[in-house]
Write a protein that binds this ligand. Structure first.
Ligand code: NDP
Length: 336
């Protein structure tokens, strides 16, 4: 197998020196195990956290360890009755071309039901994150205004569309003209804004004449500074991600904005609740599978994938993800 391992803990944006390519023989299979050939590797913002030793909700990847990640794989050898050669499965085998895994840690996918790549995006972890965070914490009501950034990504695009299914108005924020166009034309957001525009402040005000009832927090940074000034009384903020900060090495410049923000939390009776999607697995997986499969099938939730060819290109693609060079759910096509 060819692996990409964590060579060093990055400071700021990960560099090529933080990753090491290693080719290794895999051990023979033991009972209950399968040999997997990677088809797709999912690249996700949380992986930046795993590269860091800072305390978080999950253990970091050790230096010298294989970079983690969800994959879609084909079973090429099996010593388990659960999986047959030729099965396509969802696994967590990381940045490598082949892996040995416990068959119980794989989930069989039905390639006739949906493209298998969707198990890493709209029908997988990112789609579930949008569903759980928006419906459990955001609780959009008909006629309310929901704002989300990183809105062409797998989480944000699903948030905006689910909000509309629930009768709310969705305002999407993305970086650059092409993404902004896709928000209304492809994903059907009611309004789309460019956070890099010099008129973002005015554009946001014009787009939210009745204020904001749900801010699905995907990014933090300057977008959050602006959006949280337009929140309505009793607004909800599911805190899902802060990707604007993931490469940061110091606090943002300028005055401390926390006191002003906390004053709004108090006077507007805001609800802020962070979450890690896995906490909702036990309660919401079934309804998510049922609802999202139907929404995708009926064209109510559209999705976009950005597929990079070849494991060798994973580090560069991952760097791009953290600064917005991806356009849709970022996947690496590792094998056919
Ligand atoms: P995306 O594919 O949307 O990629 C991240 C996007 O963030 C970029 O494409 C870029 O889009 C945007 N971005 C980067 N920097 C900034 C910035 N400074 N200001 C504004 N936008 C920025 O990723 P996902 O959909 O996979 O993830 C979205 C968020 O959800 C992330 O924060 C992630 O960590 C979080 N997440 C949380 C989970 C949880 O359990 N809590 C689970 C899964 C994801 P653009 O070019 O449009 O600016």
């Amino acid at each position: 197998t060819t692996q990409i391992r964590l060579a060093a803990r990055p400071v700021g944006e990960p560099t090529d020196d933080d990753f090491a390519f290693v080719t290794e023989e895999l051990p023979a299979l033991e009972d209950g195990q399968v040999l997997l050939r990677t088809i797709y590797l999912s690249l996700d913002p949380y992986m930046r956290g795993r590269m860091s030793a800072a305390k978080s909700y999950a253990e970091p990847v050790p230096v010298g360890g294989v970079m983690v990640g969800q994959t879609v794989c084909e079973v090429v050898e099996s010593r388990s009755e659960r999986r047959a050669v030729g099965d396509v499965v969802l696994a967590y085998t990381g940045w490598q071309t082949y892996a040995v895994a416990d068959a119980r840690h794989t989930r069989r996918l039905d390639p006739d039901a949906a493209p298998v790549s969707t198990a890493l995006g709209v029908l997988g972890m990112p789609g579930f994150t949008a569903y759980a965070g928006l419906l459990e914490i955001g609780r959009p009501q008909p006629g309310e205004t929901v704002v989300v950034a990183a809105a062409t990504g797998p989480v944000g695009s699903a948030v905006g569309q689910i909000a509309q299914i629930k009768g709310a108005r969705s305002v999407g924020i993305a970086g650059g003209a092409e993404k902004v166009r896709a928000l209304t034309e492809e994903f059907g957001f009611d309004v789309a804004l460019d956070h890099r525009s010099p008129t973002f402040h005015e554009d946001l005000a014009a787009a939210t004449p009745d204020g904001i009832d749900v801010y699905f927090e995907n990014v933090g940074g300057t977008v959050a500074d602006e959006v949280t000034r337009r929140l309505n009384r009793y607004a909800r903020i599911p805190v899902c991600g802060l990707v604007a900060n993931y490469n940061a090495t110091e606090a943002p410049a300028g005055p401390d904005r926390l006191p002003g923000f906390m004053a709004r939390v108090l006077t507007l009776s805001l609800t802020i609740r962070g979450f890690i999607q896995s906490e909702f697995e036990a309660t919401l997986t079934e309804s998510f599978q049922r609802d999202m499969t139907a929404w995708v099938r009926d064209g109510k939730v559209r999705y976009r994938e950005d597929v990079v060819e070849g494991l060798v290109n994973a580090p560069e693609a991952f760097r791009g993800l953290l600064v917005g060079r991806n356009f849709g759910k970022l996947l690496v096509k590792v094998g056919e």
